[in-house]
Design a protein around this ligand. Sequence first.
Ligand SMILES: [Zn+2]
Length: 141
Amino acid sequence: MCHYFFFKKMNIGEIIKKAGLKATPQRKAVYEIMTKLGHGSIDEIIARLRQQSPEITVSTVYRILDSFYRTKLISKMNHQNGKMYYDITPVNHHHIFMNNEVIDYIDPELTELIKKHLNGDLFKDSNIEKISVQIIINNKK
Ligand SMILES: [Zn+2]
């Protein structure tokens, strides 16, 4: 189920190949940046990439990220700031927003609890595909 943790032990080329994609230098560069960012908007990803490969085009980056998304190497999330972010964690998970940081929160028990609650009432005959909770923590000093 959590093949993500298994992936962490493999090198980037192997990870991309295992997803059924060709491990091109550009794909490797994009994946590597995603492992460093964790969660990144297209602007952040491009800005990072340009530092090492100034010639890479925006459409190429979009195409690569889309191929990663289609092969479930990455997922997408809606950030608190309203932008769509690419997410290096492909498995279903929740997010904690704290001090301008996005932290993955994997809690199958919470997911199951919400699913049970919804299936027991409003969405009795529905097949709930995904539950993603955003937890916003404000630490006042
Ligand atoms: Zn995430």
